[in-house]
Design a protein around this ligand. Structure first.
Ligand code: DX5
Ligand code: ZN
Length: 230
C-alpha cells in the first residue's frame, strides 16, 4: 500500500448481498472501487452483529486491492492476529472500545497491518492527538456506528478539518464513514478527507447480476469529491 492523498472510494459490504460477498467484492472493484471496507460488528460495542475473521479470510481472495477492516468490537486485542491472518491490509479499532488504544495500535502494526483509529461522533479530534505517529488512518464516523443508511452528521466536518491540521505532513489517511453520498462527499473532501466509505450510496440500484449502477454510484461520489481537496 503506497500512501497518497487522492480521493479513494471504499464501498462498505455492509450494504452488499450477504449471501454473495465474493461476487460483490469482485463487482465493486470491477466498477471502480479503490478499497473494500469491511464492517465487523459484535452486538456489544455496537447494537448489531455482522461477521468475523473467518468471513474476512473467505472474501480476501476476491479482493485485488486494499481490504479495509473496521472493527466495531470490544475487546479488540484478542482478535487482532486473527484479522491480520485473514488478510486485512488496514485494521481500524475504535478509541472508545477500550482503555488501551495505544497498546491496540501497537499490536495492529506488530501483526503486520496498517493501523487505523476510529472516532465516534461524540469523541473529539483531540482524543487521537497523542497517537498521530502510530496510525496510518483516522476514521471519522459521520454516523453513530452500527447500521448503514443513516443520515450524515454534519457537525463532524469541523472535526475533519481539525484532524487535517494536526496531522500535518504525516502520511495518515482521513477516512469518513457514514452517510457519504454525492451531496456530503464534497464537504468532507474539502475539509481534508481522502478515503470515503459508502455503503448504501454505492450499492443502491445494483446487484451482482446488474453491477453497472455500482459504477455509476462510485463515479458520482468521486466526481462530487474531486477537485475540492485542500
Ligand atoms: C456503520 C458502518 C459504515 C456503514 C456506512 O457503522 O461503519 O461503514 O456501512 O453505510 P452508509 O454509507 O450506508 O452510511
Ligand atoms: Zn465502517
Amino acid at each position: 500500500m503506497t500512501f497518497d492523498r487522492s480521493v479513494k472510494i471504499a464501498p462498505s459490504i455492509l450494504s452488499a448481498d450477504f449471501a454473495n460477498f465474493g461476487a460483490e467484492c469482485e463487482a465493486i472493484e470491477a466498477e471502480g472501487a479503490d478499497w473494500v471496507h469491511v464492517d465487523v460488528m459484535d452486538g456489544h460495542f455496537v447494537p448489531n452483529i455482522t461477521f468475523g475473521p473467518a468471513t474476512c479470510a473467505a472474501i480476501r481472495p476476491h479482493i485485488k486491492g486494499v481490504m479495509d477492516v473496521h472493527l466495531m468490537i470490544a475487546p479488540v486485542d484478542p482478535y487482532i492476529t486473527a484479522f491480520a491472518e485473514a488478510g486485512a491490509d488496514v485494521i481500524t479499532a475504535h478509541v472508545e472500545a477500550g482503555p488501551h488504544i495505544h497498546r491496540t495500535l501497537q499490536a495492529i502494526r506488530a501483526a503486520g497491518a496498517k493501523a487505523g483509529v476510529a472516532l465516534n461522533p461524540g469523541t473529539p479530534a483531540e482524543a487521537v492527538s497523542g497517537l498521530l505517529d502510530m496510525v496510518d488512518l483516522i476514521c471519522v464516523m459521520t454516523v453513530n456506528p452500527g447500521f448503514g443508511g443513516q443520515k450524515f452528521i454534519a457537525s463532524q466536518v469541523d472535526k475533519v478539518r481539525t484532524l487535517r491540521s494536526i496531522i500535518g505532513d504525516r502520511p495518515v489517511h482521513i477516512e469518513i464513514d457514514g452517510g457519504v453520498d454525492p451531496k456530503t462527499a464534497p464537504l468532507v473532501a474539502r475539509a481534508g478527507a481522502d478515503v470515503l466509505v459508502a455503503g448504501s450510496a454505492v450499492f443502491r440500484g445494483g446487484s451482482v447480476s446488474n453491477p453497472a449502477p455500482y459504477g455509476d454510484n462510485i463515479r458520482a461520489i468521486r466526481e462530487a469529491a474531486s477537485g475540492v481537496w485542500a
